[in-house]
Ligand binder design. Structure first.
Ligand code: NAP
Length: 261
């Protein structure tokens, strides 16, 4: 059977860890070359090594996706190294501006939220995705071969979550950003979709996994368990592959049923 992403070039931000790393490896299994971008270069190099082991091209690249010049340089570098950007998965993100004692997330209601913490989350989760999508869309339009934009939002895009309001707002913003891009880019045969995962076992959720309040959290999940990074990677693979060609402006939820409740 033909590989589903044969000869495709995929940019994955946040590719050093969790969902981004799993997606890089899953895409490589299906034939894609991967440009692995993250603010942690050594860890991005580990992902790139795993991709190369599967026989694909891989380049690790250090970037802060909230920095406009760095994002534009990242996409230019990818075009120079691999020749094109066919697929982008914008997975770089943060869940809180900072963590308090013992790694516990800093839960503050919006009425007391500092502007600095609000801006920090919005600058990575929303500005960073906008900058990444914009630079990729320009490269895709210029090349004239269409493309796939896949933004990692969250179930939080639909669920107002007390204490992490800036996260929910950033992810709702990513979802609307995706839909606007879908309408604007359709004439160029570029699709734009979002993925809204529920609770997934990654370093980002290591804190909640350790807190001992898992039973309470899992009460909100009909399937009563967390998802794996592979569950999100497979959703991204579907959207990036031929099977997903008629999807645009959608948000898919690998979430064990949280959002339907
Ligand atoms: P993760 O394991 O922490 O991976 C995210 C990677 O992105 C990390 O290497 C992180 O570095 C990096 N990153 C953060 N800000 C960056 C920036 N400005 N520039 C470049 N790289 C940056 O988290 P994950 O769970 O895989 O999350 C991936 C995406 O899925 C995020 O957008 C997250 O909001 C979303 N998501 C996750 C879950 C979940 O349950 N895990 C659920 C819904 C949505 P640092 O470690 O230094 O931050």
């Amino acid at each position: 059977m033909a590989l589903r992403l044969e000869n495709r070039n995929a940019l994955i931000t946040g590719g050093a860890s969790g969902i981004g790393r799993a997606t890089a490896i899953r895409f490589a299994e299906e034939g894609a070359n991967v440009f692995v971008a993250d603010r942690h270069l050594a860890a991005a190099e580990e992902t790139a090594a795993a991709v190369k082991k599967l026989g694909r091209k891989a380049i690790a690249h250090q970037v802060d996706t909230s920095d406009e010049a760095q994002v534009n340089a990242m996409v230019a570098q990818m075009v120079k190294d691999l020749g094109s950007v066919n697929i982008v998965v914008a997975a770089a993100g943060i869940s809180h501006a900072h963590y308090g004692e013992e790694g516990q997330p800093d839960i503050t209601f919006l009425s007391n939220k500092s502007f600095a913490n609000w801006r920090k989350v919005l600058s990575v989760n929303l500005d960073g995705v906008f900058l990444t999508d914009r630079a990729c869309a320009q490269a895709m339009i210029e090349a004239g071969n269409g493309g796939r934009i896949i933004n990692i939002a969250s179930a939080a895009a639909r669920l107002p979550t007390p204490g992490v309001g800036e996260y929910s707002v950033s992810k709702a913003g990513v979802w609307m950003l995706t839909r606007v891009l879908a309408t604007e880019l359709a004439p160029f045969n570029i699709t734009a979709n979002a993925i809204g995962p529920g609770f997934i076992k990654t370093p980002m959720t290591a804190g909640i996994q350790d807190f001992g309040n898992m039973t309470q959290l899992m009460d909100r999940v009909p399937m009563k368990k967390m998802g794996e990074p592979l569950d999100v990677a497979n959703t991204a693979l579907f959207l990036a592959s031929e099977e997903g060609r008629y999807y645009t402006g959608s948000i898919l939820h690998p979430d064990g049923g949280i959002v339907m409740q």
